[in-house]
Design a protein around this ligand. Structure first.
Ligand SMILES: [Zn+2]
Length: 463
């Protein structure tokens, strides 16, 4: 049995919006939060804790939950340097950026690229993450080694074949084997979700198989849905009921369903999310690159759960929180603006619900898993001057991932005073850099030779 006492915390955000303690303490036993309260009382009660963290110059808060990203795709961003014209929409982004990068990932690179993404998430305060990736075995191993709470979601697609795939049946079989091997691993830190990439890039029979597989193992399901205007228009041309109603008809929606983006929803479609208890992962950074903004105020008004996603493994969920606080005020829509605590609440409780982890993480209530971060206030001119009434707004508008000083996941101290306890940062960065260079060379060769950037496209999906 191991114990940790975080004492003298300047502020502890136990749960949003209003349960905040000044000069508080948190007592952790093994992987659980046992007690939260005034520091003077907990210091007297637990003077012999194995590890004692003095947080007198820190804010203690729940670890952030990234409800959607692709952890192992840092190499993809090298391609943005090749863009000579703006991306025109999701199809263009997939053709020029996403598929070439994803379809390249060789097995030997998969673990190393994942570790770079996990390293960044850890250092910037994300303790739980939903990860859409490939090479399920390497992804499982990296998730365990990262120390984070990870929902692995192998990318399943039938419109083309990714590097790890021998075909759709093989994809389903490997996903099932990965669930059997990794679901619940590392003291329950690792979980699974079935992830057909998008409803327009998978055959209908395959989507039905995905639903069946999710039910068989009682795991969640997730897909990119209604991400952009052009995609939604194209979908309606094929399926007159629209892609959301079609997802509903196919059994994809429900309380364990998570839909990324969900920007282009009409009122009836939002009602389907609410009716089924489906969650949204709102990813404003990548959405705005393609000119789309989800109707988050409307979604929240209709009681749809919304979590936040970076959708980019080398970004930072505090950037997303800040963007969310601004984006929905400037949108010229009938429903505008958010309460000041809403972005941070979405990045914690909303994300926890989206990952069906609301009983375990998202707040610092006793009995929950000890997934905790601290923000450093020493020499911090951005989070200044800090008073209780402005605390949440200050974090929302001014905090950055580099403020994160300590990270605890499942009771394990992974970073202390900005120093990583287990991970070798330099080695992880060097390996990821080497693979990114290799990818860049591969891509440049293809461009020079005029070769197709995307290979193994299914005949029915050829342009
Ligand atoms: Zn995505």
């Amino acid at each position: 049995m191991s114990t940790v006492l975080i004492k003298k915390a300047r502020y502890i955000i136990v749960s949003l919006p209003f349960n905040i303690i000044e000069n508080g303490a948190v007592f952790i036993q093994d992987n659980l939060i046992r007690e939260v309260g005034p520091s003077s009382i907990l210091e007297q009660k637990y003077p012999q804790a194995d590890t004692i963290i003095d947080a007198s110059d820190k804010i203690v808060m729940p670890g952030l939950v990234d409800a959607h990203t692709h952890v192992g795709e840092c190499h993809m961003f090298t391609l943005f340097g090749f863009l000579t014209s703006p991306l025109t929409g999701i199809a263009d982004a997939l053709d020029r950026i996403v598929w070439p990068a994803w379809a390249w990932i060789p097995q030997e690179a998969a673990y190393d690229l994942e570790m770079l993404g996990f390293l960044n998430l850890l250092k910037t305060g994300t303790t739980s993450v939903q990860d859409c990736y490939m090479w399920p075995d390497e992804a499982g191993r990296a998730a365990v080694d990262s120390g984070l709470r990870v929902e692995n979601s192998p990318t399943l697609v039938t419109s083309l074949r990714l590097r790890d795939s021998k075909g759709p049946e093989d994809d389903l079989a490997r996903t099932e084997a990965a669930i059997q091997k990794w679901h619940g691993a590392a003291n329950g830190r690792i979980t699974y979700r079935i992830h057909p990439s998008a409803t327009y890039n998978c055959h209908e029979w395959f989507l039905r198989e995905c639903v069946e597989l999710a039910h068989r193992y009682d795991v969640g399901i997730a897909t990119h849905l209604a991400e952009s205007v052009d995609e939604t228009k194209a979908a309606r041309a094929v399926w007159s009921q629209g892609e959301v109603r079609r997802a509903y008809d196919l059994g994809l929606m429900g309380p364990k369903s998570l839909f990324f983006h969900s920007c282009e929803l009409n009122d009836e479609e939002i009602a389907l999310y609410a009716e089924t208890g489906s969650s949204v992962a709102h990813c404003p950074l990548t959405n705005s690159m393609l000119g789309n903004v989800a109707r988050v105020p409307k979604l929240l008004a209709e009681k749809v759960n919304v979590g936040l996603g970076t959708d980019m493994p080398t970004n930072d969920l505090f950037n997303v929180i800040r963007t969310v606080s601004q984006q929905h005020t400037i949108m010229p829509r009938p429903e505008r603006g958010l309460p000041p605590w809403a972005p941070l609440e979405m990045a914690t409780v909303g994300g926890a619900r989206a990952l069906n982890l609301q009983d375990s993480v998202g707040t610092l209530d006793p009995g929950k898993k000890a997934d905790i971060i601290t923000l450093d206030l020493a020499h911090n001119t951005r989070l200044f001057p800090l008073t209780l009434p402005v605390l949440v707004t200050m974090i929302t508008v001014n905090a950055s991932g580099s403020d994160v000083a300590d990270v605890i996941v499942d009771g394990n101290l992974l970073m202390r005073d900005h120093q990583l306890v287990y991970l070798d940062e330099q080695a992880i960065i060097e390996r990821a850099q080497r693979w990114s260079n290799e990818f860049l060379n591969y891509y440049q060769r293809k461009v020079e030779r005029g070769e197709a950037l995307v290979e193994n496209v299914h005949p029915e999906f050829q342009p």
